[in-house]
Design a protein around this ligand. Sequence first.
Ligand code: BDR
Ligand code: CA
Length: 361
Amino acid sequence: RKAIWLDADPGHDDAIALLIALHHPDLELLGVSTVAGNASGRDTFLNAVRLMAAYRAPTHIPLIRGADEPLVKQSKVDVGIHGEGGLGGVQGLPPLSSPLCQNWLHPTQPRTSSPSTSPEPALFLHTLSNLITDRLSNNKPPIHLAVTGPLTNAALFVKCYPHLLKGIAQIVIMGGAAGVRGNRAPLAEFNIMNDPEAASIVFDADIKVVMAGLNVTHQAIFTAELHDRLLSSSKRRPSQNQVIQSDPTPPTSNQTTVSELKKLLSSILTFFAKTYASEFGFTRGPPVHDMLAIVYIIDPTIFHRRVPSPGDLPCNHLFDSDPYAYKDHYHPFHRSPSPEREGEKEEVPITTHPEGKPTSS
Ligand code: BDR
Ligand code: CA
């Protein structure tokens, strides 16, 4: 099994990435860290706590609240896509007061402060560096670092522990957009735009970085047909009553049944479909961006590589401070800002999807 650490900002599609990272048989999830992005650092952490509980994550897996703010910019949350708190419309998550959540709210290891009230990037750096050092000294294979939010935590690690990068096989991120327009600005994808300095540090690091950008993730649409398949009772295993972890005993209150899990996933994907339709005009369903970073780690042969063509934008344009500077590259999708929005250079949602209708509000 491949050893993986997930850094995420849940977030509807992060929630699905976490589920796969936890339960795919080819992966061993070593730890999870959270970062501000889709919602505040506090909210993404608490969302992760509830998801870990709902997914019945083994309690030894650490969950750490990392950076609350990007390295230079101010954090910008995405209520339009992920709702208030980052997991809008999601039903079936255990309350924070439930014993299941307490494991990650009050873990047994000593803490300097309560994780629900303050970020702990130092604990993240300490835990991940110890873990990698330990694996290196025991000749264990390098870990895979998946990042499905802004790259703040990953950049801190890269800067603080360059000598430990040999213990990381690759950093696989969901972020960016190669050869297609961005989503939260014509030239910027949300995760990169949230912390561009961190992205720059990670891309420049002496390590293999794999980018699942919008050009890839917009091909992974969770259609209504897939939603029906998720909900319909199937004769294929796992059966409706089978518990998430392979446990032969009947479900107890401490276990999530597959039907409960289906309801939870259905509410995640229903909300995501609604906001992707209203914000970006996606009519076939939402792209499940973040899970692709995990899928790549499981089996990279699923993806095809292609050599960039002359019409593609160079990637460094993604970091340009003026999202309109290269507007001519975007014909026919580009839409000039209306006069009242002239002053706004960022946060203009325009779909990259061929079926989407460009919108500006
Ligand atoms: C990325 O931004 C967030 O909305 C998603 O969680 C994903 O990581 C897509 O641009
Ligand atoms: Ca994300």
